[in-house]
Design a binder for this molecule. Structure first.
Ligand SMILES: Nc1nc2c(ncn2[C@@H]2O[C@H](COP(=O)(O)OP(=O)(O)OP(=O)(O)O)[C@@H](O)[C@H]2O)c(=O)[nH]1
Length: 305
């Protein structure tokens, strides 16, 4: 319940954008005609659900309406919710943890998306579960990134592995995995750079970090978590496509869902990228991280306050 309340509060701008307009449309409609579906399309597009996903959702509703004898708005409202849950998948998708520790989680994404914060929050969460955690500052490009991670490491009670600014990020990842093996750590979180001189360099560097990790610990990284900032809406999709190819992303952490009007982008991510959203960020504090629960997300998005 707490998650739902927090999500509802966080998504209040998206809800204003989506839930109240949908409610107005559904309560104000007497007869289901094409205009109804067109308006629904417009509302979904306005909440950053994206063209492809919106067209698919509304088309599914049209088909369902055709099949029913007595179509009314309450039928369509439940159908819409069902379709969205189908799209997101009903299950909560947990982070992949290795049955034999350490688990290595590579955290990737562009600058400012919330990578360091998410790595820190995860470290905090794992520590609270009694796990031994190593945080690796593989963003050696930006000196402040390691400082920021050091603060999180302290807060979480995690061990920090860092090198000098400008050092080889692969070497940091190497040391972190080695340290995890020798100290019998449970989880290694590798925070990476979000910007280099070129996109090409960044992607090559991520591949290299992956190779180093794989070589040191076969089967790792067990999770490549792409951090996306929900407030950028549809632009998150382009970023995700880029990282999906280069880094072999296995899950998404969607940050800054608190206070965005563009929460509908979750639907587009689920539909168009086929990468599960596993984690959501709902603020800047250590506890502001939750597993993504699709059913509650849909409630938070569509239901009246
Ligand atoms: N409101 C809110 N702010 C967040 C969330 N996650 C991260 N932030 C903030 O977003 C800003 C950027 O986060 P960082 O973790 O530094 O992002 P980064 O991707 O590591 O960026 P670089 O370190 O520059 O590569 C910081 O001010 C964070 O506090 C969230 O879920 N909600």
């Amino acid at each position: 319940m707490q998650f739902l309340q927090r999500l509802k509060a966080g998504l209040s701008k998206t809800r204003e954008n989506l839930a109240s307009r949908i409610e107005k449309l559904f309560t104000g409609t007497q007869k289901i005609e094409e205009g109804f579906f067109e308006e629904l399309e417009e509302i979904l597009l306005g909440a950053d659900v994206g063209v492809t996903t919106t067209l698919q959702l509304v088309d599914n509703l049209r088909q369902r309406a055709k099949k029913e004898r007595n179509v009314d708005t309450s039928f369509l409202f439940s159908a819409l919710r069902e379709e969205v849950i189908k799209l997101l998948g009903e299950e909560v998708r947990q982070l992949n943890l290795s049955p034999s520790p350490p688990t290595v989680i590579l955290v990737v994404g562009v600058n400012g998306s919330g990578k360091t914060t998410t790595a820190g929050k995860l470290a905090y969460r794992f520590s609270r579960q009694g796990k031994r955690v190593i945080l690796a500052a593989a963003d050696t490009f930006r000196a402040a990134a390691a400082e920021q991670l050091a603060i999180w490491a302290k807060m979480a009670g995690a061990t920090l592995i860092r090198h000098q600014p400008g050092a080889d990020p692969g070497a940091v990842a190497f040391d972190a995995v080695k340290a995890a093996l020798s100290r019998q750590a449970d989880v290694v979180l590798v925070d990476t750079a979000g910007r280099l001189h070129t996109k090409y360099n960044l992607m090559e560097e991520l591949k290299k970090i992956r190779r180093v990790i794989e070589r040191e610990l076969p089967g790792a990284p067990h999770e490549v978590l792409l951090v996306l900032d929900a407030t950028i809406g549809q632009n998150a999709l382009a970023q995700a496509r880029l990282f999906k190819e280069a880094a072999g992303v296995t899950g998404i952490a969607l940050t800054k869902l608190d206070g965005t009007a563009k929460g509908g982008v979750v639907l587009a991510i689920a539909h168009e990228l086929n990468i599960p959203v596993k984690i959501v960020g709902l603020g800047e504090d250590p506890e502001d991280l939750e597993d993504f629960r699709p059913q509650e997300f849909v409630l938070a998005l569509f239901d009246k306050p």
